[in-house]
Design a protein around this ligand. Structure first.
Ligand code: AMP
Length: 193
């Protein structure tokens, strides 16, 4: 079965593509951002903690995020495969995920890097903020989120490239076009649904 990561700047369209790919492959799309937002909405302890970071465009601490993913990946639906959207985002998270996969005797099949230029990303995020009223999407916070992505997450692409796992796909264009591009790129590596 298929184990995928989706990496890309905020606003590159990861969430939308994650749902489509998960559907196609018959695997769960696991989004740490969605899990945090669900907890924020339900005012859980985790939600209160996560919100204090999310509202500033900062990452939730690794210890919290790693525990959450470890727990999620042990659930039954994730055993045949999964697509992680928005995790790992830091070098420490990569190490932790490696450990989880080793413990489970599995490995990643590919890391999909979704690219989008910064102006387009900011435009998308501002639109989404207006449409969905997302508190973490004010202009200052958006700028900070992009900075944090560049500092902490963009370097992970090199880590996974060195393992020959990265598939780079242009995230610009219609949703279905981008999905088709990702599926074609994966197919080229012998990964198909
Ligand atoms: P997303 O919807 O994936 O952009 O995530 C929204 C917010 O949740 C991020 O800006 C972070 O504050 C937090 N978050 C999501 N995933 C992670 C992660 N892997 N590590 C740390 N914080 C995260």
């Amino acid at each position: 079965m298929t184990r995928l990561l989706l990496i890309g700047a905020p606003g590159a369209g990861k969430g939308t593509q994650a749902v489509k790919l998960a559907e196609t492959f018959g695997i769960p799309a696991i989004s740490t951002g969605d899990i945090f937002r669900y907890n924020v909405k339900n005012e859980t302890e985790l939600g209160k903690l996560a919100k204090s970071y999310m509202d500033r465009g900062e990452y939730v601490p690794d210890s919290v995020t790693n525990d959450l993913v470890r727990d999620r990946l042990t659930q039954a639906d994730a055993q045949p495969g999964f697509l992680l959207d928005g995790y790992p985002r830091t070098a420490d998270q990569v190490v932790e995920l490696d450990g989880m996969l080793t413990d489970a005797g599995t490995a990643l099949d590919a890391v999909v890097l979704l690219t989008a230029d910064t102006d387009e990303v900011v435009r998308r995020l501002l639109n989404r903020a207006i449409e969905q009223g997302r508190a973490d999407d004010t202009e200052d916070v958006i700028r900070r989120r992009l900075e944090v992505y560049e500092e902490q997450t963009a370097p992970l692409v090199n880590t996974y490239s060195a393992r020959n796992l990265v598939v780079t796909v242009d995230g610009l264009g219609a949703v279905n076009e981008v999905t088709a591009r990702i599926l074609a790129a994966l197919e080229q590596r012998g990964i198909s649904a």
